[in-house]
Design a protein around this ligand. Structure first.
Ligand SMILES: Nc1nc2c(ncn2[C@@H]2O[C@H](COP(=O)(O)OP(=O)(O)OP(=O)(O)O)[C@@H](O)[C@H]2O)c(=O)[nH]1
Ligand SMILES: [Mg+2]
Length: 474
């Protein structure tokens, strides 16, 4: 029978163990290696209804992807809420990172891609027994492996919530030696017991409104940089039974109807086929095999001995530095070529890219004499990074000439026009020179230094102004 199983278990003393076999077993029955993994996780403060919410996710997943009928996905009024362990009270329930032992298969994504959906539950933050290191370990490990991370927040989104997300993300980036600027994917801030706005303002509308207000300023924009996308959903209080009653079993009939209505919007917003996003790491959508190996890779940063000195740490740092240097080298090579006076065409740019890419890869290979597996991993990242830069350059050229369908003859025409202007400017300079000469000769010798400099300055200023006015008219 399906149940919640540990994949990351806290071992104390800031270390965690990772159970690879659990994950491997999870995908054993899938049978289709090329299915992409969609991974949904929930994180946030302890005792705030995270596991409770995931159990509604399970109800939807079963209806949508097992029974293929979502007409009554929320279930019967008096069914107890089951699945991930949850209960009332002060004591923390969820530990480490748990995963539901059943994957849900989606074959009806609009793109035609086939997905395997996994659900992750995480240990709540701010338990007095844990340190910030533990929070950041749980947050960043679940975030790096989740295509959608739900961050559960009580009552309101305030500066301290944002500070926590920022701090945990930053620490995670350092601990896991992540090298990209946007390491995490989709973040959904779920505000529970929302602060009583008018009814129309709950849900996504209320959440987005809150996001607009609270994310202003440096803190908000810095947090945004860590995630590819960010949404916010405001959900109301579930009613006193859910919040306070010890014997409450989660049945719908004892929840506030308005809360249930909001669940009907929120859960499909995360799990409906068209809302699913596969997990992408280093530019690559992960299939089940890659999902397991990447989880193992990132969890290793938190395994025993990792804090004091992760065995591969030196190799990772070495590869990372070489990768960054090789990317710089690539940019330098392409830029230098682009500055040569020949006309820049798409074909030429591609040839510059190919040569620079080869040279940068050689540059990397020469510097990286480490564990081959680690070297290969970062080499792949290097290639992807260079391809990304190249694609952006091609797109930039297309935008520059006002067309998304890049046409080489337009670039040729643009270059010819620039050459024409340069030629005219060259012809113009002797004229300026002779006028200046005449003025110069008519100036008394004792004025020459100051007046001469002033005239030169004014001509340059007038020239620059003329050019910028002309460009402004384009
Ligand atoms: N106030 C309030 N309580 C809720 C909400 N949803 C669930 N609860 C209650 O919160 C309590 C804790 O629920 P859990 O799902 O175990 O909370 P958790 O965040 O997973 O807790 P830990 O695993 O200990 O971090 C239960 O009594 C739920 O009935 C909500 O939206 N608001
Ligand atoms: Mg829990």
């Amino acid at each position: 029978m399906a149940r919640a199983v540990f994949i990351v278990v806290p071992k104390g003393n800031r270390t965690y163990s990772f159970d690879k076999t659990v994950l491997e077993r999870l995908f054993e029955n899938d049978g289709e290696e090329d299915r992409k993994v969609v991974s949904i996780s929930i994180a946030g403060a302890m005792r705030t209804g995270k596991s409770f919410m995931l159990n509604f996710f399970l109800r939807y997943l079963r209806a949508q992807y097992v029974r293929h009928d979502i007409s009554n996905w929320l279930g019967r009024e008096d069914d107890p809420l089951e699945g991930f362990a949850w209960h009332a009270g002060l004591d923390a329930v969820t530990n480490g990172i748990m995963i539901w032992s059943e994957v849900f298969l989606c074959d009806d994504h609009p793109s035609g891609e086939k997905f395997a959906i996994v659900l992750m539950d995480t240990q709540g933050f701010f338990d007095h027994k844990q340190t910030t290191f533990d929070h950041s370990a749980i947050f960043s490990l679940s975030s790096i492996m989740a295509s959608t991370q739900i961050y559960n927040i009580m009552k309101d989104l305030n500066q301290s919530n944002l500070n926590h997300i920022l701090q945990f993300s930053k620490e995670g980036i350092v601990n896991m030696r992540l090298d990209c600027t946007t390491p995490f994917q989709r973040l959904v801030l779920l505000i529970r017991d929302g602060a009583n706005p008018s009814p129309a303002k709950y849900g996504l509308e209320g959440g987005e409104n809150l996001l607009r207000h609270r994310m202003q300023g440096l803190l908000g924009s810095t947090v945004r940089e860590f995630f590819e996308s960010m949404e916010c959903f405001l959900i109301r209080h579930p009613g006193l039974d859910a919040a306070e009653s010890e014997g409450f079993d989660g049945r719908l009939s004892r929840l506030e109807p308005e809360f249930v209505k909001l669940l009907e919007t929120f859960v499909p917003m995360i799990l409906a086929p068209e809302k699913l996003t596969p997990k992408i790491l280093n530019g690559q959508a992960l299939n089940s095999g890659n999902f397991v190996s990447n989880f193992e890779f990132y969890a290793a940063f938190y395994s025993e001995g990792a804090v004091e000195g992760f065995t591969g740490l030196i190799d990772h740092n070495c590869a990372l530095n070489a990768l960054n240097e090789a990317v710089k080298e690539y940019r330098k090579l392409v830029d230098r070529k682009r500055k040569t006076p020949s006309k820049l065409t798409l074909a030429l740019l591609k040839s510059y890219h190919d040569v620079a890419k080869d040279q940068s890869l050689n540059y990397y290979d020469d510097r990286v004499k480490i564990e081959p597996e680690i070297a290969a991993l970062y080499r792949l990242r290097l290639e992807q990074e260079m391809e990304k830069i190249y694609e952006r350059t091609v797109q930039g050229m297309a935008v520059m000439i006002g067309s998304n369908n890049f046409e080489e003859n337009l670039v040729d025409r643009f270059n010819a026009c620039v050459n024409d202007v340069i030629q005219k400017i060259k012809e113009f300079f002797p004229v300026i020179g002779s006028v200046l000469g005449e003025i110069w000769r008519s100036i008394p010798d004792e004025w020459k230094t100051d007046v001469g400099n002033e005239i030169k300055k004014r001509i340059v200023e007038r020239f620059v102004r003329g050019v910028s006015e002309a460009l402004g008219e384009i």
